[in-house]
Ligand binder design. Structure first.
Ligand code: UT7
Length: 346
C-alpha cells in the first residue's frame, strides 16, 4: 500500500542522536547546453549507423556539441550562473565549489578553480572530483558532509562535461551515445525543513577496464604511439556496462529509499542517469515506478555523464514536474565502476 504523500517533517537518516548536524537544502538549480545540435541523421554521414538503430537501441535522437573554443569550465560556469539566479544569490556568497567531470579543461589546475575565476566566486575554495557518470551524486554527498558538519554554509555543486573532446568519431559503438552539457545545484545550510535527505554511493574497482580512457594519465602518458593507437578516446564494453548499470542503479535506489523509510509510490519524480532508454525503463520497472514518475530527456542530449542528472533535475523543476515539498530520487551509474542515489525533498 502506498503511504501518505502529504509533505511532512522528515528525520534526516544521517542525524545521529546527540550529534549536532545541520540540514542541507537545495537553494537553486541551473543547467546549460551548447547550442549546436548533432542529430542521428548527421551521424549517419559520419559512421555506419542509422537513426533507426540509435533510436531503438538507446532512445537518443540528438545530442549537443560544444564549440571548439567552448570548454568544460565554460559550460560549468554558465550552469552555475543560472543556479545562482535561480537561488537569488551572488557568487560572493559561495564558500565551496565542487566540479564533477571526466573532461576537465586541463589535467590541472582543476576545472573548479577555472569556474571560480569565471563566475567571480572570490571567497570560495574550489576542487574537482572524478566519479565519471556518478560524479554529481558523489559531489552532492561531499557537499552535504561539509554543510552538515558546519564547515561551509553554501556549496556550488556542478556536473559538467565536454565528452565530444574524448569521443572517437570513427567508433560507432560509442560516438552515437554521448553529448556535452552542464548542470549545477547550490546546497545551503538550512534550519528546519529538509532538502537533501540522503545520498548513497558505491564503487567496484575490479571492473575499471569496462569503461575507460586508457591514455593521458601516468600509466600511458601522451605519445605519438598513444595518439596513433587512439588511446585518448573513451572505450566501453557496452553490453557488460548495460548489465552492471541496471543492477547497481536498482540497488542504489532501493538503499536510498530504505534509509529514508520511503516507498517508490511516494516519490514524485525519479531521475535516473540518462544513458540509455532501455536502462531507464528497466530500472523504473524493477523499482515499481509508474512511467509518469520517471523523468527522461536523453532523447535530446544523450549521455552527458556527470552532467546528466543535474541537467535533468533542473529541467524537471523548470517544467513543473517537481514542486515544493515533492520527493525526488536521483540514480546514477558510471565508470569505476561507480553508482549512487540521492533523495531530495524539494
Ligand atoms: O554512462 C555509463 C553508462 N553507460 C551505459 O550504461 C551504456 C550501456 N550500454 C548500452 O547502452 C548498450 O550496450 C549500447 C547502446 C552501447 C549497445 O546496445 P546493444 O543492444 O548492447 O548492442 P550490441 O553491443 O549488442 O551491438 C549489437 C550490434 C553489433 O553488431 P554485431 O556485432 O551484432 O554484428 C554492433 O556492432 O550493433 C552494432 N552496433 C551498431 N550498429 C549500428 C553498435 N553500435 C552501432 C551503431 N549503429 N551506432
Amino acid at each position: 500500500m502506498t503511504k501518505n504523500t502529504a509533505p511532512q517533517k522528515r528525520t534526516n537518516p544521517r542525524q545521529k542522536p546527540g550529534f549536532n548536524v545541520r540540514e542541507c537544502s537545495v537553494a537553486g538549480v541551473g543547467s546549460y547546453l551548447p547550442e549546436r545540435v548533432l542529430t542521428n541523421a548527421e551521424l549517419e554521414k559520419i559512421v555506419e549507423t542509422s537513426d533507426d538503430w540509435i533510436t531503438s537501441r538507446t532512445g537518443i535522437k540528438e545530442r549537443r556539441i560544444a564549440a571548439v573554443n567552448e570548454y568544460t569550465s565554460d559550460l560549468a560556469a554558465q550552469a552555475a550562473q543560472r543556479a545562482l539566479e535561480n537561488a537569488g544569490m551572488t557568487a560572493d556568497q559561495i564558500d565551496l565549489i565542487i566540479v564533477a567531470t571526466i573532461t576537465p579543461d586541463m589535467l590541472f589546475p582543476s576545472t573548479a578553480c577555472l569556474v571560480q575565476q569565471k563566475i567571480g566566486a572570490k571567497r570560495a575554495v574550489a576542487f574537482d572530483i572524478e566519479a565519471a557518470c556518478s560524479g554529481f551524486i558523489f559531489a552532492l554527498e561531499i557537499a552535504q558532509q561539509f554543510v552538515m558538519s558546519h564547515t561551509y554554509d553554501t556549496v556550488l555543486v556542478i556536473g559538467a562535461e565536454k565528452l565530444s573532446s574524448i569521443i572517437d568519431w570513427t567508433d560507432r559503438n560509442t560516438c552515437v551515445l554521448f553529448g556535452d552539457g552542464a548542470g549545477a545545484a547550490i546546497l545551503q545550510a538550512k534550519s528546519g525543513g529538509h532538502g537533501l535527505l540522503t545520498t548513497c554511493m558505491g564503487s567496484d574497482g575490479s571492473k575499471g577496464e569496462m569503461l575507460c580512457m586508457p591514455a593521458g594519465g601516468s600509466r600511458c602518458p601522451a605519445s605519438v604511439d598513444s595518439v596513433a593507437s587512439r588511446l585518448h578516446y573513451l572505450r566501453m564494453d557496452g553490453k557488460e556496462t548495460f548489465k552492471n548499470a541496471v543492477n547497481a542503479m536498482l540497488s542504489a535506489a532501493q538503499e536510498a529509499l530504505r534509509r529514508c523509510n520511503l516507498e517508490i509510490g511516494q516519490i514524485k519524480c525519479v531521475i535516473p542517469h540518462q544513458a540509455n532508454l532501455r536502462i531507464v525503463d528497466a530500472v523504473g520497472d524493477r523499482l515499481g515506478a509508474k512511467p509518469e514518475q520517471v523523468f527522461i530527456n536523453l532523447h535530446k542530449y544523450g549521455n552527458t555523464s556527470a552532467a546528466s542528472v543535474a541537467i535533468a533535475l533542473d529541467e524537471a523543476v523548470r517544467e513543473g514536474r517537481v514542486e515544493r515539498g515533492d520527493l525526488v530520487l536521483l540514480i546514477v551509474f558510471g565508470a569505476g565502476l561507480t553508482w549512487g542515489a540521492a533523495v531530495i525533498e524539494w
